[in-house]
Design a protein around this ligand. Structure first.
Ligand code: GTQ
Length: 342
């Protein structure tokens, strides 16, 4: 037997003992730099919306529990992942429907894409949903969605499902009632925590922002004013992150959310970080180039997935606003965030 044959027979002897040689996997196990399985991709609203409406005629929100089309990254087929660490889905609710109350240890965000008249209820408080609003469902809070209006309402769900499932920390429960009863006024959380003030002796320990709705109109106005006050950052444009007023940290413990403005004609310099990112176009149109390509033309309600450690640039063809979410808070907390600006 030559050495190679001896090694092979050695490996075969190891297998039933549940032992394996590190040296044959070391470089894959501990790579020189991140190797995402996710691919750069963009989902266009004009493809997604008609399919979502078809789902609306095939299954009710109640039967589906959540009537959602999952954005499946082409590099991760069947995994229900938009990037290696993030989940994204597009949820449809029709007039008079209820998506029944449940809770889970995965954190969820909603970013409203289309329609008016729907609400989401979180731990007894309803919030109306309007286009561009960023709404948080903190982990392990009861939530149901309903619709008192007249037209289809659609939003993006962003969840930390792949991360939580990787940690095997997922729990889920159904509420005994279809829709939880209201125990708080509409706007109560915003009044208590979201006006630049806090109750004098409030508990500051929550890792999720208690301001669970960040209306678009306010955030948009802030970005547009800043665009007149300062030059856009070469890599970020005009970018504001959503924060938890209790501690100034990200609004959610695992998902970093931000709103970004790029004036017409502005191009960003290449930027990459270990975070993986989902971009949602709210207004305008831009070319988004990811890695060595592809370049996607991203317009209203189009959604792009940017895998970790892929450099990306934005070329704004119109005044453009993007909402984004990423796993950045986790990278930061674990000391793993690495960035490169060219
Ligand atoms: O609305 O609670 O897209 O639990 C995936 C899982 C939405 C939700 C999703 C969920 C929800």
């Amino acid at each position: 037997m030559n050495v190679e044959q001896e090694r092979q027979s050695y490996y075969e002897d190891l297998r039933p003992l549940n032992l394996a040689p590190l040296w044959s996997v070391l470089k894959r196990l501990v790579p020189a730099e991140p190797v995402p399985a996710a691919q750069p991709w963009c989902w266009n609203w004009e493809d997604v919306y008609p399919q979502l409406l078809r789902a609306g005629s095939l299954i009710s929100a109640e039967e589906a529990e959540r009537r959602v089309l999952v954005l499946e990254n082409p590099g991760l087929p069947g995994k229900s992942q938009v990037t290696d660490t993030l989940y994204a889905g597009i949820q449809l609710i029709l007039p008079r429907e209820v998506a029944p109350a449940h809770r889970h240890t995965q954190s969820a965000l909603r970013f409203v894409l289309h329609g008016t008249g729907a609400y989401t209820a979180v731990d007894g408080e309803k919030t109306r949903m309007s286009r561009g609003d960023f709404i948080i469902t903190p982990f392990w809070t009861w939530h149901d969605h309903g619709h008192e209006g007249t037209e289809p309402v659609v939003w993006l769900d962003g969840l930390d499902v792949p991360l939580v499932n990787f940690l095997r920390a997922g729990f889920r429960e159904s509420h005994e009632e279809k829709a939880q009863s209201s125990t708080r006024l509409i706007g109560e959380a915003a009044a208590r925590f979201g006006s630049g003030m806090l109750p004098l002796n409030c508990d500051r320990s929550s890792v999720t922002s208690p301001v669970f709705s960040y209306p678009y109109a306010r955030s948009r106005e802030a970005l547009h004013l800043l665009a007149r006050a300062e030059a856009p950052d070469p890599h970020l444009g005009i970018c504001l992150k959503y924060v938890n007023p209790l501690n100034g940290d990200w609004a959610m413990p695992t998902l970093g959310t931000a709103l970004r403005y790029f004036p017409r004609g502005f191009s960003t310099r290449p930027y990459r970080a270990t975070e993986s990112l989902v971009l949602v176009c709210v207004e305008g149109r831009a070319q988004v180039t990811i890695g060595q390509g592809p370049t996607f033309s991203v317009g209203p309600n189009d959604i792009a997935a940017i895998p970790g450690w892929c450099a990306w640039t934005v070329q704004a063809e119109e005044d453009t606003v993007f909402f984004s979410y990423s796993d950045r808070p986790v990278h930061e907390k674990l000391g793993l965030l690495r960035e490169q600006r060219d």
